[in-house]
Design a protein around this ligand. Structure first.
Ligand code: BYC
Length: 346
């Protein structure tokens, strides 16, 4: 059905065709809106060249770029542990995971670029401290057990939040999420396995695992965003089939998953209020510190300054790579053009 619909998709006017009159522009917008509404009603997909309401484009850019930045900043707490991982095997696994995160960032920046935002601009906003990224990465990773807790809880929360995004109405975003979720699910298992090994180790190792779970549990729950009553974007994003569920629904599902898995670990969740509400058929948890969440979003979390500073350094250190890549691409283009000219002349 999607492909049938797409055949009749009114495309955005190509560059250079903007000189159309106001009547023509209004007719195009009306056609575009009708098509867009039909796609939403049929739960089908919008593609980059299709007409879309400016607010839909803006909210996608907001969410996708925030998500891309989260992946890139999210590399830091774990990258700090690659050289300190307890064995060569653990180093190799952690390095592969961090590389996956760089890959996720790249898929997502590419998806955002299809909406018309240049990657350089997104990166400049991040470095200038103007862009959001997930609150979770502003907490420190203190011990090796934190690698387990990040994998199990943070990637676990990411999967819970992101599996529904595989059905997001914007094609490039939904498709990027499919691969990301497969990799996240591997990441979660490696985190679980780190915690399991520690929990089955010495009393000291088990305590280290429990401490890490205690520290990452509440920040992981806050990854799902503010409570629904305080979430200005959820309603419209759900109406546009970008988000499929509210923040509280996903948070509750996550608690339900973790409550079972923690038993296998032989650890506990630091929340005495977890219970399954038989009336609502939902998992409930204890209160979260939303003032702390707001502080972290405002740049006052434990590691905000450090994370941004490190990103700036990495960006500056990588300048020569970007310049070299651009020079190489120019050279390739010039070579191809010369070759084509020779072929035409022959
Ligand atoms: N942190 O109206 P709401 C990963 C902002 S990467 C920071 O509910 P929305 C991983 C929100 O942006 C994980 N900001 O917003 C990587 C909005 O502000 P703006 C990242 C947050 O968009 C490496 C305001 O609060 N995942 O898993 O409907 C290693 C109001 O919120 C947060 C994604 O980005 C937060 N936690 O819903 C390991 C998933 N929560 O933009 C793992 C994609 C909210 O109006 N994103 N805000 O200034 C989403 O699903 C949604 O954007 C959210 C928020 C559920 C996060």
């Amino acid at each position: 059905m999607a492909s049938q619909i797409l055949q009749s998709a009114p495309a955005e006017p190509a560059p250079g065709r903007h000189e159309q009159g106001p009547e023509e522009a209004a007719r195009r917008d009306a056609e575009g809106q009708a098509y867009f509404d039909k796609v939403m009603a049929e739960d089908s997909r919008i593609e980059p060249r299709d007409w879309m309401p400016p607010a839909y484009r803006k909210t996608l850019l907001r969410q996708i770029s925030q998500h891309a930045h989260s992946e890139i900043i999210g590399m830091q707490p774990e990258a700090n542990w690659i050289s300190r991982a307890p064995s060569l095997k653990r180093k190799a696994i952690l390095m592969a995971k961090v590389q996956d995160e760089a890959g996720h960032g790249l898929y997502l920046y590419s998806a955002a670029e299809t909406l018309g935002q240049p990657r350089d601009q997104m990166m400049a906003d991040l470095i200038a401290g103007k862009a959001r990224y997930s609150s979770i990465f502003n907490y420190p990773a203190r011990t090796w057990a934190d690698m387990g807790a990040i994998g199990w809880l943070v990637d676990g929360a990411a999967i819970c939040n992101q599996v529904p995004l595989c059905r997001a109405s914007y094609g490039p975003y939904g498709r990027a999420m499919v691969r990301i979720c497969k990799e996240e699910s591997f990441h979660q298992r490696q985190g679980f396995e780190i915690l399991l090994e520690l929990a089955r180790g010495t009393a000291e190792q088990k305590q280290m695992a429990q401490d890490a779970v205690n520290r990452w549990y509440a920040p992981a729950l806050m990854m799902f965003g503010p409570p629904d009553d305080d979430s200005p974007n959820s309603k419209q994003s759900m109406a546009w089939n970008i988000k499929r569920f509210g923040n509280d629904e996903l948070r509750s599902r996550f608690v339900g998953m973790m409550v079972e898995q923690v038993k296998v670990l032989g650890l506990t969740l630091p929340d005495k209020d977890i219970r399954f509400n038989e009336d609502t058929r939902k998992w409930e948890h204890g209160p979260l510190d939303w003032d702390e969440f707001k502080d972290v979003l405002a740049g006052r979390g434990p590691c905000n300054a450090q994370r941004l500073e490190r990103r700036r350094e990495a960006h500056d250190d990588g300048a020569w790579v970007r310049e070299a890549a651009a020079a190489y691409a120019d050279k390739q283009r010039a070579r191809q053009a010369a070759q084509q000219a020779e072929e035409i002349a022959a």
